[in-house]
Design a protein around this ligand. Sequence first.
Ligand code: UN1
Length: 500
Amino acid sequence: HIVSVIGGKDSQAAKAYQSINPARVEQVVAEVGLADAETFAGACRIAAEARREWAKVPAPVRGRVIASIGRLVEENAETLARLVTEEIGKPFAEALGEVREIVDTCDFFLGEGRRLYGQTVPSEMPDKNLFTFRVPVGVAAIVTAGNFPVAVPSWYLVPALLCGNAVVWKPAEYAAASAHALYRLFAAAGLPDGVLNIVFADGAAAFAGLDLALGEGSVQKVGFTGSSEVGRKIGELCGRHLQSPCLELGGKNPMVVMPDADLDLAVEGALFAGFGTAGQRCTSLGTVIVHESIHDDFVTRYTAAVQNAEIGDPAGDVICGPLLDHKFAERFEEYLTWVEPHHHVVTGPTGQITAANPRGEFTGEGGLFYHPVVVDGVRPGDQLFLEETFGPIVGVTTFRTLEEAIELANKPGYGLSSSIYTTDPKSAFRFREAVSAGMLSVNNSTSGAEAHLPFGGNGKSGNGSRQSGMWVLDQFTRWQAMNWDYSGRLQKAQMDVAEI
Ligand code: UN1
């Protein structure tokens, strides 16, 4: 049984929720107490108190706390990864990779505690110095999805804390046990009470609580990772309170396969990006845009690879586990209705897998497992081409020229990740220049971004904010400019221009 922890204390719950194991839906992983809107706003008030002392702790000392978090996560990596696998059905190897991503993030930011550089800037007047300082924003409210229940939250939590902010974190309910375990590791690293608070709440309560907190002025930054639809609502809410959130939303990530590509490599990349994490990464592959001259060859090889992919118990060595939760399974059923008569499902049956697979090795009875689906013949106007389908389904379409491929890649209007397979640097660089995506890979899949590069998207994938690496510092600090005049007289900028 787990509940919100606010100011270091377990908090009262307003409502009960059960987090289940999607590979065995009968198994309850955690009974979760959900908070109401007032409790959420109360947590923000407590954070607003706690952040004052935390901001005074020297940044290098905060960096040492981040180092301890990294160490604790590393020491508990297998246990945490096992819990992630149990709670959201992520294959164990991927879950371990996700935990590794937290350690990478801590590695990066522990040193940032000794940098957090400001600047000295020349003045237009003599005997005057100009400086800039990074100032913590205050309280960050972080709302995260459960497909990366520990790594993606850490992308916010670690830099926010390092920069001297307090945090109220609302994880996804269906990943509550993983989130709570991560919270405990953060707390054990020596964060003062109230600096990091975890609040379990349903979307409506969190939204209302956030509205209250923004109105009261106890939250200065909102970070949200989740669907484009909810992101839009968060953006509107923040806009009303004159705040600009950090939004990391969905993706319809394209992979362009040029005629000169290494096809085996492209097939392997499309398999991992399309069906790893059961297609439930924001960076998962949406559509393969393959040159018409190699289309048949690609589809034959890709179909074979997908049909041979291991699906089943995520604790084992599989590529594709179950969907995250009942809600996601229901939505995926709806996405499957987007398959149109002119499409060609090349992989066989679609829908939930209820019995042993054709090879009789299926280890997932009683879970939210779905057949991986490859749909050929998708056209630019199709819903399947245009919208994110968080789940194991990949579309295939063809092109004639690189410019046409780029147009197809940009058409859905998302802009998170993208990829091109080619042996010609000219094609790769032209694609880089023209693709509207925050991230692109050359000869690698759309997923698997590293923790020290900017992560984020354009268009429906976000508001241009970037996470990870040094770029995220601009989310959790504000620039403060200072001028110091030691001339002993009032020098007026723009008016007292120095003569030469
Ligand atoms: C997400 O799905 O929200 O690049 C993030 C990747 C991972 C992160 C995915 N490192 O696929």
